[in-house]
Design a protein around this ligand. Structure first.
Ligand code: PMP
Length: 770
């Protein structure tokens, strides 16, 4: 039987046959340590002994390397331990002792050379670390499983700055070389096991090999198993004792070795539960990347397959005890069987990876059952199952990309790295509430106030637009003592009891409570409602019902009212009439705020009015739920006289981190200017299309809040569906449902205009053809 030459030969060489007497002599001659006896601790390819004195007290651990071992590898191990000791001194790594009389600076100072008839060996001596060895993984508590994962991550982290030429090696245990073990599978005598191993290697070649170059790689320990650690009474790692498998490989293989060691002999449920606890511990220190989490199952299975293959091959060569190897391989094979039975996607999901559900129809039915009939239905005749998004592009579960011209919440773009990182970092560090002093919300409040007209100086933090408006309403009723409210006649402001009352768009029966009056928005196309009279009439109806206005609430871009166009004179007249009647003006900036109009940070500013209360939501956290109410001090004081305000999540450090990051990005990316240019350009492109025989009645809006009016709802809906077929997302709005809602993330630029225009042109042509 020839020794394969394409991998590190240590696995094929016998352990040195040194006996106790010879060892004790060599230890005394080289390290000057006189031990009474040496006890064999068992090892795969070298020999490891516990040295004791004449009262059986432990003195040191001696390791004699295999004749095929490259001394450079041993030096790498010693240097790695020294490196880890400087980075994370709390990690209990066994340190090879310096030979007396040497400085210990050179790695070679920590090994003695032993030339024997069978070749050259190296002797290393280690301090005895506390703890028990070879713990049964099934005895580990949940806390110990987590701690194991955490220690693995700390070791990986502490090695990431370490480099050594000997780390570039083809150590077969390293899962990156799993495919090479194919040449050895003939040694697996159990044909069932051999088939399992081949299935795992096939899967490995299919999905892991192509992804391998993208995985984070560094020098890793490579074999963090219960055999290579010592544990205290509660299962915490007190010693890491064997770095013999170190190599430059994917960081993930340390975790695979941990799981391979800890999960055997566990039934399916317990296997995944234990794995998740280990992963939690690991990710406490080092969060896994998406790809790593996705491939962990396959890498773990490959590690298990490699275990079976190498030990079968070594058994065949007489290097391992057959009965022991077979018993161990049986349990490893059962773990592979469990993974295969569960299926790779489901394995990834159970480890915590995001894997889209394949059964879309089933998911729709489950959504309906679980979320009930009141929830707004899924959009589009054929609903989209979204999987990811970046900037202005969204990708569905089939990998189809859509230009997002609809979603305003991810205002600086889907998944903006600054915001996403701010959220992730803050949520790891601290998330708490405003009862503790923290700078996040204070800084955010100061920054928001600085963007607003003088006098709007007090900020309340809440968690949604609805909550912001609800609180604004409470401020208004408390401050004015009035009970009446006004909103536009197809407005939407939120879901709480009082705000749903001020949201005619959501009135199923077309009627709200008696304390709400509505007025129609101006219609420039038909020349309707462009004077203050309809507003005055609404105030009059309120008064006739014996009510005075507490507040009027307005979305200054009229999102639900079909993006109506109102002159600043008209809106100023509404505000004046409101104040004259003793009511407050609430500027709902949930839609129009955070630069949507491009002209100003807040949409009311372009109308030149001074609101009493401003409410923020949706875009504020780029998708992280956060809202705010900003008002004058006197209004806040009147409220404070009546009540104490506290919202558990309102203004929490994570929400504040997200919101501060959004403000930073808006400034750094000059978002307002970008919105002006992109908005102008997009409207111009749509108007060009409208100039043909397109069925477009009107194109209007400000910045990237754009309405495209059609003759009727059926046409607008057909255009929305047609755009979806062509990979562009929009909505519809307005009482008649005949206005296309074009309201993209503010990451939309002039580069996307042709994509939008081409899709719109093609859609309209196709509709015109019938
Ligand atoms: N105000 C306006 C103008 C809105 O458009 C919305 C939501 N569409 C809200 C308030 C309510 O916000 P949320 O859904 O976050 O409660």
């Amino acid at each position: 039987m020839s020794v394969p030459v394409d991998f590190d030969p240590v696995l094929a060489a016998s352990p040195p046959d040194i006996d106790d007497g010879e060892l004790l002599e060599v230890v005394a001659a080289t390290f000057g340590l006189r031990a009474a006896a040496a006890r064999d601790l068992g090892s795969e390819r070298d020999r490891t002994f516990l040295l004791v004195d004449d009262r059986d007290a432990s003195l040191a651990v001696a390791k004699v390397s295999n004749a095929a071992e490259d001394p450079a590898t041993l030096d790498m191990e010693a240097l790695a331990v020294l490196h880890v000791a400087t980075v994370d001194p709390g990690l209990p790594l066994a340190m090879p002792l310096a030979i007396p009389g040497t400085s210990g600076v050179e790695a070679a100072d920590r090994r003695a050379t032993l030339v024997r008839a069978d070749g050259t060996h190296y002797l290393r001596l280690y301090d005895v670390l506390p703890g028990r060895s070879r713990t049964d993984p099934l005895d580990l508590s949940d806390a110990a499983l987590g701690a194991f994962g955490e220690t693995a991550a700390r070791l990986g982290r502490s090695l990431r700055g370490f480099v050594h030429p000997a780390a570039i090696r083809t150590m077969l245990w390293d899962v990156q070389h799993a495919s090479r073990t194919r040449s050895l599978v003939g040694s697996i005598r159990d044909l069932g096991q051999r088939a399992l191993v081949e299935r795992v290697l096939d899967r490995y070649d299919e999905v892991v090999t192509p992804a391998w170059p993208s995985l984070r790689a560094q020098v890793v320990h490579g074999d963090l198993t219960t055999d290579n650690v010592l544990l205290d009474d509660v299962g915490r790692i007190t010693g890491i004792v064997d770095l013999g498998d170190m190599s430059h490989s994917a960081l993930l293989i340390d975790l695979a070795s941990v799981l391979d060691s800890l999960l055997n002999e566990r039934g399916p449920d317990e296997l995944f539960r234990a794995a998740r606890l280990v992963l939690d511990g690991y990710q406490r220190v080092t969060p896994l990347e998406t790809l790593e989490l996705r491939l962990l199952g396959e890498v773990l299975a490959a590690r298990a397959a490699v275990t079976i293959t190498i030990s079968s091959w070594r058994t065949e060569r007489g290097l391992e005890d057959q009965a022991f190897a077979e018993r161990y391989n049986d349990s490893v094979a059962r773990t592979i069987e469990t993974l295969l039975a569960v299926g790779w996607d489901e394995v990834a999901r159970r480890f915590g990876a995001e894997v889209p559900v394949a059964d879309r129809a089933g998911l729709i039915a489950r959504r309906e059952r679980a979320l009930g009939p009141a929830l707004e239905p899924l959009t589009y005749d054929e609903p989209i199952h979204m999987a990811s998004a970046s900037g202005v592009w969204m990708t569905d579960a089939d990998g189809r990309r859509y230009l997002d011209a609809y979603n305003n919440v991810p205002c600086v773009g889907h998944g903006h790295p600054r915001v996403a990182e701010a959220i992730a970092r803050q949520t790891r560090r601290l998330n708490t509430n405003l009862r503790y002093l923290h700078e996040g919300a204070v800084v955010l409040a100061e920054r928001l106030v600085a963007t607003l007209p003088d006098g709007l100086d007090t900020v309340f933090f809440v968690n949604s637009g609805s909550e912001a408006n609800d609180l604004a309403w409470r401020l208004a009723t408390t401050f004015t003592g009035h009970r009446g409210g006004l909103c536009t006649d197809y407005a939407y402001h939120g879901i709480s009891e009082s705000i749903a009352a001020l949201s005619p768009e959501s009135w199923r029966r077309g009627e709200g409570p008696g304390w709400v009056e509505t007025w129609p928005v101006p219609d420039a196309v038909r020349g309707l409602h462009q004077v203050p009279a309809p507003f005055e009439a609404a105030l009059g109806r309120l008064s006739a019902a014996g009510l005075k206005p507490a507040a009027v609430i307005l979305d200054s871009v009229f999102t639900s009212d079909g993006f109506a166009t109102a002159s600043s004179d008209l809106v100023a007249a509404w505000v004046d009439r409101t104040h004259a009647a003793g009511g407050l003006w609430i500027a709902d900036e949930v839609q129009g705020g955070h630069g949507r109009t491009g002209e100003a940070m807040w949409s009311f500013q372009r109308l030149g009015i001074s609101p009493d209360v401003v409410t923020l939501g949706k875009p504020m956290g780029n998708g992280y739920p956060v809202g705010a109410v900003i008002t004058r001090g006197e209004i806040a004081r009147a409220f404070a006289d009546e009540t104490v305000f506290f919202s558990t999540f309102g203004g929490n450090p994570v929400a504040a981190a997200a919101s501060n990051a959004v403000l930073d990005v808006i400034a750094d990316e000059c978002v307002l200017e970008r919105v002006m240019v992109a908005g102008e350009g997009l409207r111009a492109a749509i108007r060009d299309i409208a100039a043909g025989q397109s069925g477009i009645v009107d194109v209007r809006g400000a910045g990237l809040a754009i309405g495209v009016e059609f003759a009727d709802a059926a046409t607008a809906t057909a255009v929305k569906e047609g755009l979806r077929e062509r990979g562009v997302l929009v909505g519809t709005t307005g009482r008649a449902g005949n206005v296309l809602k074009v309201r993209p993330p503010l990451a939309f630029t002039t580069a996307e205009i042709p994509v939008f225009a081409d899709a719109l042109g093609a859609t309209l042509e196709s509709i015109a053809r019938g």
